[in-house]
Design a protein around this ligand. Structure first.
Ligand code: NAG
Ligand code: NAG
Ligand code: NAG
Ligand code: NAG
Ligand code: NAG
Length: 265
């Protein structure tokens, strides 16, 4: 009997939790058929404004400090998205974004480069020989130049190429491209270097976002029914939608959801 009523209670609670979804923080509309998961934001009226991306004529784009890259995929469960690295200037071993110094993320925003990227740098100066990058004659970048029948073939004529895996102590906000260093690059997510170049995935650079805090609010109306607009406990001077007791902030769904403990009590 007790077990039946507990199950019933759980069922009702689950229903309620589902019903609350409808009144959650506003998720942005799809962009050209692609979902825009919370907290990503394509307009001032949806998502979390710290997580701005762009819906440009039906395509999602990611703005860096000085440039814009197409978004290839988004995974809300791991808080990751993949952008497409710059093209090469035709018939050269120089990438177009050398004009902007390569990929530079704003380090004040909650995005960084994940440790899952293998970056191949091309047309590098001797300066790179003193870097921790692998610029040896067996470096993976040589396999790519030889194996890809695409744009990197021009790089065979260029001086030096180097490879590195992101993460560790390297800067996680930038893929640097410059005259005094390397003039071109490409990147692969979760590359298995034992595979032949023909089986490599499309080029991509994987970024990650920090889980969002509770939404900023001005009035009660900015928050859903399970939260009050209150002073940010972190002392940032902002007001945020603080979840009512019995509810916890779910940063993936962007809602105050019924807490597990409350459900099972
Ligand atoms: C390598 O970079 C230099 C400097 O930007 C450029 O002049 C040269 O054409 C590049 N090499 C190739 C093969 O494109
Ligand atoms: C990149 O943008 C910053 C500020 O937005 C600016 O100061 C800098 O000069 C720009 N750099 C390039 C290479 O465009
Ligand atoms: C990106 O930021 C997160 C959160 O601060 C951190 O855990 C992660 O290690 C960072 N990634 C890299 C590659 O530095
Ligand atoms: C550079 O990379 C190649 C291919 O992955 C590897 O065989 C070699 O040991 C690496 N060299 C250094 C100095 O790490
Ligand atoms: C803000 O407070 C929450 C707990 O309320 C904590 O998890 C988080 O790390 C804090 N963030 C900052 C930026 O202090």
């Amino acid at each position: 009997m007790a077990s039946i009523s507990k199950r019933l209670l759980l069922f009702v609670a689950a229903l309620l939790a589902t019903a609350k979804m409808a009144t959650s923080v506003t998720r942005c509309p799809d962009c050209g058929g692609a979902a825009v998961p919370y907290p990503l934001s394509t307009s001032p009226t949806c998502g979390d404004q710290l997580y701005k991306i762009r819906c440009d004529a039906g395509s999602l784009k990611f703005d860096t400090l000085n440039n814009t890259y197409p978004i290839l995929s988004i995974n809300p469960l791991t808080q990751r998205l993949v952008i497409r690295p710059s093209n090469f200037i035709p018939n050269t071993c120089v990438t177009v974004d050398i004009a902007h110094g390569g990929i530079k993320l704003n380090s004040n925003l909650p995005f960084n480069v994940t440790s899952g990227n293998t970056i191949l740098y091309f047309n590098c100066t001797d300066l790179l020989l003193r870097s921790p990058l692998n610029c040896s004659s067996t470096s993976l970048c040589h396999s790519y130049i030889k194996g890809s029948r695409g744009e990197a073939t021009k790089c065979e004529m260029a001086q030096l190429c180097c490879t590195f895996r992101t993460g560790g102590s390297s800067n996680s906000y930038m893929i640097r491209v410059r005259e005094s260093g390397c003039r071109a690059y490409t990147s692969f997510v979760n590359l298995d270097p034992s595979l032949g170049v023909g089986q490599w995935p499309e080029p991509g650079l994987e970024l990650q976002w920090l889980l969002p805090r509770e939404p900023v609010c001005n009035t009660e109306a900015d928050c859903d029914g399970n939260a009050v607009c209150g002073v940010d406990p972190n002392g940032t001077g902002l007001r945020r939608c603080v979840c009512n007791s019995g509810f916890v902030w779910d940063p993936v769904a962007g809602i105050c959801s019924q807490s597990e403990r409350f459900l099972l009590d």
